[in-house]
Design a protein around this ligand. Structure first.
Ligand code: DUC
Ligand code: ZN
Ligand code: ZN
Length: 473
């Protein structure tokens, strides 16, 4: 009997630390050997000329999440994980959302049931806490963290999700005690409401108004408030989907004070601007709805600032914040009320399949970031932040054989016709990239090959994680 089920031979292995020429031996879905040459194997994949990367981990995606009356998210677990696999990912992390007035535990278990058996790649589930009642804080949340749901998101905006400052402090307190990781959506509820009402009164109701209603200071103020709460409770937090320099300055300021503030950004803040919300030369202002996400994309100066943050270390992770709605659909972006005001356009854009090619092309192919930094930003740090390391996130003996074979020279043009998500558009239609995932292996099985998803539905598992004790003050 051969030593290995599969050998990947002749490729260039890349981790966050090293780039080496070596063969990989895979046994029982895990990496069992790294050597100059591996021969005693049942099957061989020739990776000459290709990079062998840890499979992408996208730690911030929304799948089959409730999105308000009459609105439906465009992806279920099957379509989202299919698209993720085609885009070079081997693990994604969606959110189980607690509806106000409902049990967090019931919502989480119902959400997990949607995922079981319906995934092409592994998923690990975060929670969204929208109603921190005494029962949630005292029993449900600690029990769920102990069960393996060790991270959750809180929102500082949205009518149905916003927590006030006291609630945020109480939730942070539970996270600190139970060893959970908290992600913060940092945009201020009242400032957005104030701006939205003024814009509507002035007749600025098209999707572009969304960008005007959330200027950068909205994000900066909330980031500062979240950081202050985190300092008081002595809790490391992750500020997610950072869009511009003002929030970055808050994060840098906090770190200079010795606080553990982590930061995430997304491809939309590197490649889109608020101008896109005007409809991109289509002549139809409603076409701007395709780019409505929160925080909104800013301007080219902000894009440059985000690149500096990726080069200099402000950001530890790049996620997609995949939050897909169909555009031409009464239950999506163009729902009946969307014309009334931008406030009724669902917030979010699809990006689960395009995150890696866009960051590789704009980052690595242009020389802005190194290959190793790319791996760190797209896989390793996600695993470390959210308790999946050292099971996932790197290439080493004992890690899951979650791998992406990457052609660094392949040129492609992103187009909806070739994508696998449930949305009917991509914000990056016509975007040219250099560098492309040509094969994705999840726990040693080929799940996607050259744009085709070949893995079985149900190969992906729902992963549990172990809480990480917070350091003492
Ligand atoms: N926040 C997200 O993280 N995703 C989509 C919408 C939002 O506001
Ligand atoms: Zn958010
Ligand atoms: Zn999100």
């Amino acid at each position: 009997m051969p030593d290995f089920d599969l050998a990947i031979r002749g490729g260039t292995l890349v981790t966050a630390a090293d780039t080496v020429q070596a063969d990989l031996g895979i046994r029982d879905g895990r990496i069992a050997a790294i050597a100059e040459r591996i021969t005693d194997t049942a099957r061989t994949l020739d990776a000459s000329g290709l990079l062998v990367l840890p499979g992408g981990i996208d730690s911030h995606v929304h799948i089959a999440q409730a999105a308000g009356p009459g609105i439906v998210m465009a992806d279920d677990f099957a379509s989202a994980t299919r698209a993720a696999a085609a885009g070079g990912n081997t693990c994604v992390m969606p959110f189980a959302l607690q509806p106000r007035g409902a049990s967090l535990r019931e919502a989480t278990h119902a959400y997990r049931a949607l995922a079981e058996g319906q995934c092409h790649i592994d998923v690990a589930i975060h929670l969204i806490v929208s109603d921190p009642t005494p029962a949630v804080l005292g029993q449900e949340l600690p029990a769920l963290i102990a069960e393996g749901y060790t991270s959750f998101k809180v929102f500082m905006t949205y009518d149905d999700l916003v927590l006030n400052d006291r609630q945020i402090l109480d939730v942070f307190d539970v996270a600190r005690r139970e060893g959970a990781r908290v992600m913060v959506h940092a945009e201020g509820y009242d400032t957005i409401r104030y701006m939205t009402e003024r814009l509507e009164r002035a007749g600025q109701t098209t999707p572009y108004g969304h960008a005007l209603s959330r200027p950068e200071l909205v994000e900066r103020e909330a980031a500062h408030r979240a950081i202050s709460h985190a300092e008081l409770v002595d809790l490391p937090i992750v500020i997610v989907h950072v869009s511009g320099e003002q929030a970055m300055e808050q994060i840098a300021w906090a770190r200079a004070r010795g606080l553990k503030i982590h930061a995430e950004t997304c491809p939309q803040y590197l490649t889109l601007t608020a101008e896109d919300l005007k409809g991109r030369g289509s002549g139809d202002p409603m076409a701007g709805a395709k780019y409505v996400c929160s925080p909104p994309p800013r301007d080219t100066a902000s894009q440059a600032a985000i690149w500096r943050g990726l080069q200099g270390g402000v950001f530890e992770v790049v996620s997609s914040d995949h939050c897909p709605f169909r555009y031409d659909d009464a239950r999506g972006k163009l729902n009946p009320r969307a014309k009334e005001s931008f406030r009724y356009v669902p917030n979010g854009i699809p990006g689960i399949e395009t995150r890696l090619p866009i960051l590789f092309s704009e980052g690595v192919s242009t020389g802005r970031i190194s290959l190793n930094r790319f791996v760190e930003l797209t896989a390793t740090n996600h695993a470390k932040l959210y308790g999946l390391y050292p099971r996932k996130g790197s290439i080493g003996v004992g890690f899951d054989a979650d791998l992406t074979l990457w052609d660094p020279n392949r040129r492609e043009t992103i187009t909806q016709a070739n994508l696998h998500h449930g949305a009917d558009y991509t914000p990056w239609e016509g975007f040219a990239v250099t560098g492309w995932p040509v094969m994705t292996l999840a726990r040693g099985e080929i799940v996607a090959e050259d744009g085709r998803v070949v893995g079985a539905l149900g190969h992906g598992r729902v992963l549990d994680r172990i809480a990480q004790a917070a350091p003492h003050p």
